[in-house]
Write a protein that binds this ligand. Structure first.
Ligand code: MAN
Length: 356
């Protein structure tokens, strides 16, 4: 696969973003939703901020208190045996490492704008900050689907009761309407198709089943973008391959002559995140036609390998112009980058899953 990484990569780094509070530092500006708005490319950044700490003997966890409408900062002693601090992203209760008790940073959404898609200017204020109790641990990994003149923005809403997917919408990237939670916990990586198929809206989503099953991709349908049903299991993990740990949708599905092309992320069991592609039937996206055997993009560049949580390429949006796919992607849970790939080359690389 020919991958052209921009010379300007990483395009946005935490150092480019001014923290929205003086007592905080920005540790991530990554996993951005992407949209074309008028003559600008909008990168809706997931900005992760954590409370400044000059004492290594204190680990802090920011939590948004919706009743008081303010951030609270909890403090932990890293030698406290009740908790496990090994994953820099989370604080876990010892003996129950399958779930987290707190996050070490809080994420919200901030706009970066560009005329050329390479040089971005970051808005001085957050675009959307947590506003309700389902968002008290933060807002993560937004995706943007434009339908008519409305941009639907949906994201992981993280709180002590779970990680679900909530949705807001805007027409001008200024005023916001909140539509509540559209997929209950645990669910992430929702990708709403940009148009109806046979009279129905479709969305990919990624539940994390517990009794049986794995973090794999499902598809559901809706009459109105708010009520989702008729869920079907779509795409699974592959033992011993690059996507044998967890998978989830990445960019908004791209309509092509051959079908709906979804650029998805797959992580191995040891948390190396790559991007791959899957082709779904144009008239029935619950049918998988073909899939990548090998990744279309994997962590290789220094900024993709090293960072807050290294070895991660994670796309939440791409822009397509003719044969050129401009895939924007978060790197190492730290910064944003972009690479161009050929649409035809991606399609030709897919291996058919349909019996001849
Ligand atoms: C995982 C990672 C983190 C994220 C949490 C909560 O631990 O994806 O980046 O903050 O889940 O969604």
């Amino acid at each position: 696969m020919n991958v052209y990484r921009y010379e300007e990569n990483p395009l946005v780094t935490p150092g480019d973003v001014k923290p929205h509070r003086d007592d905080f530092e920005v540790i991530g500006a990554f996993n951005a939703g992407i949209a074309q708005y008028k003559d600008e490319v909008i990168m809706l950044l997931r900005v992760a901020e954590r409370p400044l700490s000059d004492d290594p003997a204190v680990v802090k966890a920011p939590v948004f208190n919706t009743e008081k409408n303010e951030l609270e900062i909890l403090e932990f002693d890293p030698s406290d045996g009740h908790y496990d601090f090994d994953d820099p992203r989370t604080i876990r209760k010892s003996g129950d490492l399958s779930r987290f008790a707190y996050l070490t940073s809080l994420s919200y959404l901030r706009i970066a704008r560009s005329k050329d898609g390479r040089n971005f200017t970051i808005d001085p204020e957050p675009f959307y900050y947590p506003t309700n109790e389902l968002e008290s641990f933060g807002i993560e990994d937004p995706r943007i689907t434009q339908i008519g003149d409305t941009y639907y923005i949906y994201f992981s809403a993280v709180s002590p009761v779970g990680v679900g997917e909530s949705m807001i919408s805007t027409k001008d990237f200024q005023s916001i309407e909140h539509h509540g939670m559209i997929f209950a916990p645990e669910n992430k990586d929702v990708l709403i198709f940009p148009e109806k198929v046979n009279g129905k809206y479709y969305a990919l989503h990624r539940p994390v089943p517990k009794s049986t099953g794995a973090p794999e991709i499902w598809i559901g349908e809706s009459p109105d973008l708010l009520h989702w049903g008729n869920h079907k299991y779509l795409l699974g993990l592959r033992d011993g391959m690059w996507d044998d740990g967890r998978i989830g949708g990445g960019a908004v599905p791209i309509k092509t002559d051959k079908g709906w092309l979804e650029l998805y992320h797959g992580a191995s069991k040891d948390n190396r995140y790559c991007m791959g592609a899957v082709l779904l039937d144009l008239n029935d996206p619950t049918k998988v036609i073909a899939r990548s055997e090998t990744p279309i993009l994997e962590p290789e560049a220094d900024y993709e390998v090293n960072g807050f949580f290294g070895n991660v390429v994670f796309s939440c949006g791409a822009l397509v112009d003719g044969d050129t796919v401009r895939m924007y992607y978060g790197v190492s849970d730290t910064s944003m980058a972009c690479a161009e790939l050929s649409l035809n080359e991606i399609l030709e690389s897919l291996v058919s899953l349909v019996e001849a």
